[in-house]
Ligand binder design. Structure first.
Ligand SMILES: Cc1cc2nc3c(=O)[nH]c(=O)nc-3n(C[C@H](O)[C@H](O)[C@H](O)COP(=O)(O)OP(=O)(O)OC[C@H]3O[C@@H](n4cnc5c(N)ncnc54)[C@H](O)[C@@H]3O)c2cc1C
Length: 357
């Protein structure tokens, strides 16, 4: 199976047979060369067909092909052969990242390379591996998908694969992940402290706004008019007022300025967290519900054969994938909620170690 999102021209001709035309881009390969990359026509058709195809394009009728197109076929490690920290199950101490795990793409490869590197280093230091949750980072979604789902084509990460997109935002990436970077020794202390200072500044400002009222008296109407806003009838709480879609933090800062002007990233965060607070809180509650399952660790040598009542398909899948947590077990295709209930009962009954994932 080829990667779905970069189909070859022979693929496109079948998939988009109804199209009248197809765009190709001539990309110069560099300043010092006359070579051009024919973008949009990647192919592994026989060489004579490639010549005929290129020469059939009027603008390219005299073109020479320097190197014919080709396809690469590669093997990959099946998801049930990988731990969630990217160490292979068969060979302890061997970590895999990127295309060898069945993904395609620069970002996918880079993200896994980072995690495999971190975890190899942690292992060498005798520390517990770092696993990111689906609610914590897109990398968490990527790796969780990789180790719990069977793939029939090269895996590409789409934002739509994440269920907690309200939490996984660019604007809060520093607040979400810096402490982990610092803990594993990748982020210098000053960077970590700067992020924590930002977190405190955001909280402080939100607390100030919570107890600050904007009066409808003197000057307020003029400031609002300057921003093109309607006057307010009665006094209004500053935090509530900021929730209104048309009100920016700049308006608030003009009406009830903080003791010191806020740096732009802090003001942005105050604004986002205030405006979306209700939705974010709702998603957070959902995460907490799911996390109760996610935090139930299944020991790597858990004896699934000893559980009566588990459907055979589920048993086979669980034995094959050996999920690290009950949450992961629930996402394996072929394991249903009833199987999870049985698994939970057994984990608890046997007093298996239940800790944080
Ligand atoms: C033509 C083309 C266009 C692409 N375009 C895009 C794109 O636009 N966007 C996108 O996101 N992705 C694109 N991809 C996919 C992306 O390049 C790959 O998925 C990604 O680079 C894979 O990274 P990796 O680290 O897993 O493997 P690689 O980048 O292949 O790295 C593997 C490395 O291992 C080395 N190696 C192999 N064997 C040995 C050995 N025995 N000893 C030591 N070293 C060895 C290789 O030399 C290589 O450097 C494209 C791929 C191709 C081929």
């Amino acid at each position: 199976m080829g990667p779905r999102y970069c189909p070859s021209i022979e693929d496109k001709i079948v998939r988009f047979a109804h199209k009248e035309s197809h765009q190709l881009f001539l990309e110069p390969e560099g300043w010092q060369t006359t070579e051009v990359y024919l973008q949009g026509a990647n192919t592994s058709l026989p060489e004579d067909v490639q010549w005929a195809m290129v020469r059939s394009i009027p603008a390219l009728r005299h073109a020479e092909i320097m190197r014919a197109g080709y396809a690469v076929e590669y093997d990959y490690v099946l998801p049930d052969q990988l731990h969630a920290w990217l160490e292979t199950k068969k060979i302890e101490g061997l970590f895999h990242a990127g295309q060898i795990n069945g993904t395609t793409g620069y970002e996918e490869a880079a993200a896994q390379g980072l995690m495999a590197g971190i975890n190899a280093a942690l292992k060498a230091q005798g520390k517990t591996p770092l696993m990111l949750g689906r609610e914590q980072a897109y990398i968490g979604v990527l790796i969780d998908d990789l180790v719990t789902q069977e793939h029939t084509e090269p895996y590409r990460q789409m934002t739509s694969r994440a269920e907690y997109r309200l939490l996984l935002r660019q604007d809060n990436a520093d607040l979400r992940l810096s402490h982990l970077g610092y803990e594993v020794g990748l982020l210098p202390k000053w960077r970590y402290e700067a992020v924590e200072a930002k977190r405190r500044a955001v909280q402080q400002e939100m607390e100030r706004l919570k107890v600050t009222n904007i009066s409808s008296a003197n000057g307020t109407a003029q400031v609002l008019a300057d921003f093109g806003l309607e006057p307010i009838e009665n006094g209004v709480n500053a935090l509530q007022y900021l929730r209104r879609p048309e009100v920016t933090y700049e308006v608030i800062a003009s009406l009830v300025p903080p003791p010191e002007p806020l740096p732009e990233p802090v003001a942005e965060q105050v604004s986002i967290e205030t405006k979306f607070e209700g939705y974010i809180a709702k998603q957070q509650q959902h995460v907490e519900r799911v996390q109760r399952l996610e935090s139930k660790v299944i020991p790597p040598d858990f004896d699934y054969d000893s559980i009566g009542g588990l459907r055979n398909e589920a048993r086979q899948k669980l034995l094959r994938f050996r999920p690290a947590t009950v949450g992961q077990a629930g996402r394996i295709a072929g394991v249903n909620p009833a199987d999870i209930s049985i698994l939970l009962v057994h984990l608890e009954r046997r007093g298996e170690k239940v800790g944080q994932a």
